[in-house]
Write a protein that binds this ligand. Structure first.
Ligand code: SAM
Ligand code: ASE
Length: 347
């Protein structure tokens, strides 16, 4: 009888076991500026050159460069003297250099410096069924966003994380439905303004109000959207406590997944009250399959929501149920082929 290969050599298990080494290699290569440096040099470099220019040991640098080549983040060549030289792949230049318009640098940085630390307490999170700020950072988790924004630096880093994924799939989620009929859009928890910018660039007649906590709106204005844009407005407030601005469409991107069903309904009820009849709500989230069989990215994200928030990733049926309970109907879902998808419902 043929024996499945995995029974003899559990390749997949070994890969999973050592997966953290892959993550950490990627984090460190980004943080030490490897990809930025190779990009700036405009020619392939030896380990010794990289080490000298970045002030690192030659031995350590060589091992790191070589591991990055193994991960297909770098290409190795041999120069005229027969020395091994390294250059970025196209993927690394596009997604791993800091200043690329499609950079994931800040996502990597946040995963490395915050999420990685929270995941040390994953077992506790699962036993206790709650986030782990007290253990990981010694801070109260009573107010979720006070914990996430525990310093000005953490607030900016979180906003950069939020901003960076939309560099690669913001357009997909905003064009998943034709939103051209909606003239006034309110992006609730609009954060860095990345999706607001997508909206005004794709739909030439809409105006978008970014609604967020005062500290976030301030940083958004100063650091993320410093240029005047007549079609992007700001509204400082607390969406659980304050009145919501009137709009034709409310965007809730990665908002509901931060909260329990009860809090989601509180918010959706308020959105329903504020929404113009015929208006809508666009929920942008990562989605679990109905039978819990995947996709792995959403299954891992829901563990992260446990470790980091009060919420969870949900299935389409669960979002539909929340939306219907708040009074919205005619729910449609568009899968985008990225990690995030769009659900549109009507008042
Ligand atoms: N929508 C953005 C995106 O997808 O990139 C940001 C999502 S982030 C996970 C959640 C956002 O909700 C943050 O910008 C946060 O400041 C905002 N937020 C959290 N609680 C809030 C509240 N009570 N009132 C207003 N905004 C809030
Ligand atoms: C939130 C989204 C995120 C709150 C905390 C978060 C993300 C990371 N931490 O609303 C983005 C998604 N990434 C992961 C790993 O879940």
């Amino acid at each position: 009888m043929a024996v499945a290969k995995e029974d003899i050599y559990p390749k997949k298990l070994l890969e999973y076991m050592e997966g953290f080494m892959v993550s950490k290699t990627l984090f460190v290569a980004c943080e030490l500026g490897l990809f930025d440096h190779l990009h700036a040099s405009q020619r392939p470099l030896t380990a010794e050159e990289v080490a000298q220019e970045l002030g690192m040991s030659t031995d350590g640098t060589e091992r790191l460069l070589s591991a990055c080549a193994g991960l297909q983040l770098l290409i190795t060549h041999s120069d005229e003297k027969g020395q091994v030289v390294y250059s970025n792949t196209e993927m690394s230049t596009t997604f791993l250099t800091k200043s690329s318009p499609r950079s994931l640098y800040h996502s990597i940085e946040y995963n490395s410096n915050t999420i990685y630390l929270c995941w040390c307490y994953l077992a506790d999170a699962i036993r206790e069924g709650r986030n782990q700020y007290e253990k990981a950072f010694g801070i109260s988790s009573k107010d979720l966003f006070q914990a996430l924004y525990r310093s000005e630096e953490e607030l900016v880093k979180f906003m950069q994380l939020m901003n960076s994924i939309w560099n690669v799939c913001g357009r997909d989620v905003i064009t998943a439905f034709n939103l051209s009929e909606f003239r006034s859009i309110c992006d609730l928890g609009g954060c860095s303004g990345a999706l607001a910018q997508q909206c005004v660039s794709i739909y030439p007649t809409c105006k978008v109000t970014i609604f967020d906590l005062p500290r976030v709106v301030r940083v958004c204005r100063d650091h993320f959207l410093p240029e005047e844009n007549q079609r992007i407005l700001f509204h400082e407030g607390d969406f659980f406590k304050d009145a919501l601005p009137e709009a034709d469409l409310y965007i809730l991107a990665r908002i509901l997944h931060d909260w329990t069903d009860e809090r989601c309904l509180e918010l959706l009820n308020k959105v329903y009250q504020a929404c113009r009849p015929g208006g809508g709500v666009l929920v942008i989230e990562s989605l679990l399959y109905e039978d819990n069989s995947g996709p792995l990215s959403a299954q891992l994200y829901t563990l992260n929501m446990l470790v980091q928030t009060e919420g969870r990733e949900r299935k389409v049926s669960e979002y539909t149920h929340l939306l219907n309970t708040a009074g919205f109907w005619d729910t449609h879902t568009q899968l985008t082929g990225t990690h995030y998808h769009s659900i549109l419902a009507r008042k």
